[in-house]
Design a protein around this ligand. Structure first.
Ligand SMILES: Cc1cc2nc3c(=O)[nH]c(=O)nc-3n(C[C@H](O)[C@H](O)[C@H](O)COP(=O)(O)OP(=O)(O)OC[C@H]3O[C@@H](n4cnc5c(N)ncnc54)[C@H](O)[C@@H]3O)c2cc1C
Length: 571
């Protein structure tokens, strides 16, 4: 912390009040989505003092709205983004090792509706044309899968693809329309709890460097010379300065740069939505696989099982207001019609939807005719210091959830050189959060559960549930639970206990009820919200965080309003 004198601070943007105290950091990161959080961990591990702030909760922006795939990006082969596929397949393979508690293989079926279609269009795109194939025939898919295997060879942990002609493909996936002529089966990965992984990266960063700080519900409000004015949700203002400022605000990047006095259009978003259906027949027909398919308009859709529900996505529509984005009726029509066309013997209706969500992809500004043709690669344009702005301003543009580590590594290396510091530690082989010492083999998992169960007096079933939810961080949860006899299961949510909720609220920077229900746990997306569940959880959180009855009721009303407006959850 540095004391400021009056002369250090120009008034004006500071509202005429010179700050008494200004926090001093090497790097300030604005925005704690996956890109900001990844960089925060990467830099903190190198001994760089960082402050990361988010105007809302950690990981509540676009990073809360993905298809939940950790994937090599097979579809980027058709836009010729080979570098991105190479990096994404590597990062996918690394995440399977470094975050095994929440990243797991996902066998995928890709149907083909013709033999040769799309080959010429693909060739034209590779040669620089701005049209994409509207249909991908069997030949194109076979070539794509073979290339995907080659790109995925580094740190490979999953089998190579199989290619099946019609009869064999239909034997594997009997509910799929008999219009297919062939199908491929290949492996990608999924992330069961992206919400928690963002938090775990923040936590790892805090543990790595005691000088680093992370704060949710703190908004960048303005700047005067080198000093940033930050306001929290209770209205308290503080000031901070960094040698470098990183704008990791995803789809809000242009807005944040403008607040810092830099106006240049860097991002142009496209909106994508998902729905979750309570549809046991659909889930059964998937046989544990994702179907990655071409809808009738040539766009790529996907459906796979998540939390016993069927996750369906996604759309790709030009849009730019990330604060009000939600899944609209025409997107739902599109999903239901596409599913019907793919799986004609099953029936689909709005009544099966238990949850919906949307986000804006923070893609680089582009004038491509089709949203699908805008590059999904990342970049970090930098505005060098000026006379009135003594820090370099680096913006994290684009990127995939999957590639956050590689992106963070690249940006960290360039920031380290600006700061004249050396890298201390690599992250390629560094486990994340509850992935540390995670027992991946069934026998090791059984031993872990038995040992913790014996030590704590909790049932093996309960320890297994905690390991499934938190990875090896379950160790800390268990250590902080009251003794087994006092750790009461919740009446309306018996697989959670009062002690577990108290631990989450106390240890994981929960500020609002929604943080606990939508991000520290996956209760909302699992479709488990009822008025009784919310009431009971709010009582447990209120007790831990010292909320009075007015605050508790306000929290319930804010959460239920948000769930109804943005996620189609009616209680
Ligand atoms: C529909 C869809 C599906 C996708 N599916 C996948 C997928 O399956 N796999 C994959 O790898 N990728 C996927 N992606 C891409 C991936 O989700 C994004 O690239 C990634 O989440 C972007 O993260 P980010 O950190 O840049 O942005 P964000 O997560 O949006 O983070 C930006 C943060 O900045 C904060 N912020 C904004 N303004 C301020 C301010 N003034 N002060 C402080 N903080 C501020 C916001 O609150 C927000 O938390 C998908 C994206 C979408 C939209």
């Amino acid at each position: 912390m540095m004391q400021m004198t009056e002369s250090d601070v120009r008034a004006g943007n500071m509202g005429g009040n010179a700050p008494d105290q200004v926090e001093d950091y090497d790097v300030i990161i604005l925005g704690a989505g996956i890109n900001g959080a990844g960089l925060f961990r990467e830099l903190s591990l190198q001994g760089v003092n960082c402050l990361i702030v988010d105007k809302a909760d950690f990981g509540s922006g676009t990073s809360a709205a993905p298809s939940r795939l950790i994937h090599g990006g097979i579809k980027y082969l058709e836009t010729g983004e080979f570098g991105l596929v190479s990096q994404s397949t590597l990062e996918r393979n690394l995440l399977l090792k470094n975050a095994p508690h929440c990243v797991e293989p996902l066998p995928t079926f890709i149907p083909s509706f013709s033999l040769m279609k799309g080959a010429w269009a693909a060739l034209r795109t590779l040669l620089g044309s701005t049209t994409a194939p509207r249909s991908r025939g069997a030949l194109l898919i076979k070539i794509g899968l073979a290339l995907y295997d080659i790109y995925g060879a580094r740190h490979r942990v999953m089998p190579k693809h199989q290619f099946l002609f019609r009869q064999a493909a239909l034997r594997e996936m009997p509910e799929v329309t008999p219009r297919i002529v062939a199908g491929g089966i290949y492996y990608d990965a999924r992330i069961t709890r992206p919400e928690r992984l963002v938090w775990e990266l923040i936590k790892d960063g805090l543990d790595a460097n005691p000088q680093s700080r992370a704060e949710n519900f703190v908004t960048l409000e303005g700047r005067d010379a080198g000093i940033l004015r930050l306001r929290n949700s209770r209205g308290a203002v503080r000031y901070a300065q960094g040698r470098i400022v990183v704008n990791a605000a995803g789809p809000w990047i242009d807005h944040v740069n403008a607040t810092l006095g830099v106006s240049k259009k860097l991002v142009g978003g496209t909106k994508g939505s998902h729905i979750l259906l309570d549809h046991p027949d659909l889930v059964k027909s998937l046989k544990g696989r994702m179907i990655y398919f071409e809808a009738d308009d040539g766009r790529i859709c996907l459906v796979y099982e998540a939390f016993g529900l069927a996750l369906v996505g996604s759309t790709d529509i030009k849009a730019d207001n990330p604060d009000t984005v939600k899944c609209e009726e025409d997107e739902i029509d599109y999903f239901l019609e596409s599913l019907k066309s793919l799986l004609p013997r099953l029936s689909f209706s709005r009544g099966q939807i238990v949850y919906a969500y949307s986000g804006i992809r923070p893609l680089p500004a582009s004038d491509a005719s089709e949203p699908g043709l805008i590059s999904r690669d990342h970049s970090s344009p930098t505005f060098e210091p000026t006379e009135g702005r003594p820090f370099a301003l680096v913006s994290l543009i684009g990127g995939k959830w999957t590639t956050f580590r590689g992106f963070a590594e690249e940006v960290a290396d360039s920031l380290l050189s600006r700061l004249s510091k050396k890298r201390i530690q690599g992250t390629q082989a560094l486990p994340i959060g509850g992935g540390r010492d995670f027992p991946t083999e069934p026998a090791a998992r059984r031993r872990w559960v038995e040992k913790k169960s014996k030590q704590s007096g909790l049932s093996a079933e309960r320890v297994e549930a905690l390991l499934g939810r938190y990875g090896t961080t379950a160790d800390q949860v268990i250590a902080h639970l009251p003794d087994a006899s006092n750790d009461a299961p919740l009446t309306h949510l018996p697989d959670f206990s009062t002690g577990e909720i108290a631990w989450l609220a106390r240890s994981e920077m929960v500020v609002h009820l929604a943080d606990l229900i939508m991000r520290r746990t996956t209760l909302a997306i699992e479709g488990r919200m009822t008025a009784a569940v919310i009431d009971e959880l709010s009582i447990a959180v209120a007790r831990t965080l010292g909320w009075d009855e007015v605050r508790r009721r306000d929290e319930i009303s804010a959460l239920t309003g948000h769930l109804a407006t943005y996620h189609r959850v009616r209680l």
